[in-house]
Write a protein that binds this ligand. Structure first.
Ligand code: 4NP
Length: 163
């Protein structure tokens, strides 16, 4: 039977105030451009709970605003039960991936869990979206560039999964 259920995807970083909110915002704008809002639902979350309820970091918001993207997420923590809801869980770095692997069975990890930069068309041998929180200001632009070039590849993939 063909399912008409939307695909649900969640981007996950550590704090859910920098990398994954940007991935959510950029991906949502691509989905809107392609009028797929009813078919693909997008969320973001953090493996840690320190910032739950907070808006994205002002530095990430500023970077996004310059690119025409408004970040509207409110930080939430990813919990083991969330693996039931989401079809795809995309970890922004290998540390996030490892934390998420501890929360689910190997079969679920194999089926649903992916590393963000495994879709990067220019990974340059790197696997992590670098955490910009404690670094220099240009880290936010680097994160944007990685996310901007990679989100279209993730959308191409999800389109192959649509009924
Ligand atoms: P994010 O960045 O994982 O991209 O949201 C961070 C935000 C906050 C912290 C670390 C990383 N923190 O330690 O509070």
């Amino acid at each position: 039977m063909i399912s008409s259920q939307p695909i649900e995807i969640c981007f996950v970083c550590l704090g859910n105030i920098c990398r994954s909110p940007l991935a959510e915002g950029v991906f949502q704008s691509l989905v809107n451009q392609e009028k797929l809002e009813d078919k693909i639902f997008i969320q973001s979350a953090g493996t840690g709970g320190w910032h739950v309820g907070s808006p994205p970091d002002p530095r990430m918001q500023e970077t996004a605003k310059h690119k025409g993207i408004a970040l509207t997420s409110v930080a939430q923590q990813f919990l083991p039960g969330d693996f039931k809801r989401f079809d795809w869980v995309i970890a922004m770095d290998r540390s996030n991936l490892e934390t998420l692997e501890f929360m689910c069975s190997p079969a679920t990890a194999k089926k649903k869990l992916r590393l963000f930069r495994s879709f990067d068309p220019q990974p340059d041998g790197k696997e992590d979206v670098p955490d910009p929180y404690y670094g220099r200001g240009d880290g936010f632009e680097t994160v944007y560039q990685i996310i901007h070039r990679t989100c279209p590849k993730i959308l191409d993939f999800l389109k192959t999964q649509l009924p």
